[in-house]
Design a protein around this ligand. Structure first.
Ligand SMILES: Cc1ncc(C[n+]2csc(CCOP(=O)(O)OP(=O)(O)O)c2C)c(N)n1
Ligand SMILES: [Mg+2]
Length: 371
């Protein structure tokens, strides 16, 4: 089969032909069987959710910004599985649907949020780039490149100051490492020994600009040891196990020694930067096809063929697809926020905000005057 024609379905059919798979027998499993199955299930959920999200966008069910995570699943799944759910913090960029799914926001609330419905996780006011879940310490969803790295550093400082023992995972794209905020953040983290793990999801491009054209040192992992005394590691971001193992080491260092780590995860987004980018002008079809052969889900299936027989994968896939369909139905059937909702959940008790008994529309936009 010509590589340029390879898509997800083709790739499923060509199982066993992808590159660099490491087959392992159950007896030598590097992680318990249930953990490997959990990783597989999570990556597949992210994949199917994103595929349908892209489709819904194309059908104009919602609009605005929308950045898909397809191809990068092993990074979020592998690294988050190396942390303590509910205790450790995570913060990321606008490419945040998968992180939201993995950090406890139900798929239907994510889809409803994308559809801008009031049943969405942020009541339809956050949208694609601003998922958040305080309960699981998922601190968003941020649209400004590099803008959240100081937040992660501050949360790391707070965790250390309060002796929480919590670690912070700060995800970012490759373009963020050229921002001033990144360097200020890493300087403080290195200086004050903060328990923050900075994870760069290096998908080779910042929008349409290749890392090799925009970074004086494109080997990103080399940039922090000398500058900030923060060890840098490069990880194959298409391999769940490598991501998991490398992150575990960084988590141990952060938790036990309160030391930061900088991780460069080499990965690839199969789709464009966002839904408005066809991604045809700055990369070749062959390049995309080549990366698809490294697909993280297929790779895991190949590494542990005993755990993932064809029937098992088929059944699971069906179940997950149904879950995503249910999420779409929920989102479609939900209502848009009411006009009066525009003032709720925006500020906490700002001066002059109407109290419980007052007219909630007191500060509402005077639509009547601007028909
Ligand atoms: C400070 C700032 N400058 C420019 C933009 C516009 N912008 C949005 S995403 C992006 C590219 C970021 O690429 P990267 O960090 O590699 O993340 P990826 O999209 O590849 O995940 C740019 C330039 C922005 N959001 N913030
Ligand atoms: Mg990038």
């Amino acid at each position: 089969m010509p590589l340029t024609k390879l898509n997800w379905k083709d790739a499923m059919a060509s199982k066993g032909k992808t590159s660099k798979g490491r087959a392992a027998k159950s007896a030598t499993l590097p992680l318990p069987e249930d953990k490997l199955k959990e990783a597989h299930q999570k990556m597949l959920l992210c994949r199917r959710f994103e595929e349908k999200t892209g489709q819904q966008y194309q059908m104009k069910k919602f609009s605005g910004f929308c950045h898909l995570y397809i191809g990068q699943e092993a990074v979020a799944v592998g690294s988050l599985m190396a942390t303590e759910y509910g205790k450790d913090y995570a913060i990321t960029t606008y490419r945040d649907h998968a992180h939201a799914l993995l950090l406890g926001i139900p798929p239907e609330e994510i889809m409803a949020e994308l559809f801008m419905k009031r049943t969405g996780s942020s009541k339809g006011k956050g949208g694609s780039m601003h998922f958040f879940n305080g309960k699981t310490r998922f601190l968003g969803g941020h649209g400004i490149v590099g803008g959240h790295t100081p937040i992660a550093t501050g949360v790391g400082f707070a965790s250390k100051y309060r002796e929480e023992g919590a670690v912070v995972l700060c995800y970012m794209g490759d373009a963020a490492v050229n921002q001033g905020t990144f360097h200020e953040s890493l300087n403080m983290a290195g200086l004050w020994d903060l328990p923050v793990i900075y994870i760069v999801e290096n998908n080779l491009y910042g929008m349409g600009t290749a890392v090799t054209r925009s970074h004086a040192q494109p080997e990103l992992w080399k940039r922090t040891q000398d500058a900030y005394k923060i060890p840098g590691v490069q990880v194959n971001g298409m391999d769940f196990l490598e991501v998991y193992e490398a992150t575990k080491e960084a988590v141990d260092r952060a938790r036990n020694e309160s030391r930061p780590t900088f991780m460069e995860m080499k990965t690839y987004r199969y789709r464009g930067h966002s839904m408005s980018d066809p991604a045809t002008s700055y990369r070749t079809k062959d390049e995309v096809s080549e990366w698809r052969t490294k697909d993280p889900i297929l790779r895991l299936e190949e590494q542990f063929p005993d755990l993932f027989p064809e029937d098992y994968v088929k059944d699971l896939d069906k179940e997950i697809k149904q879950k995503v369909e249910d999420a779409i139905k929920f989102a479609e059937e939900s209502e848009f926020p009411d006009r009066s909702d525009i003032w709720t959940h925006v500020y906490v008790d700002y001066p002059g905000y109407p109290g419980e008994d007052e007219n909630p529309n007191k500060y509402a936009f005077p639509y009547e005057e601007y028909p």
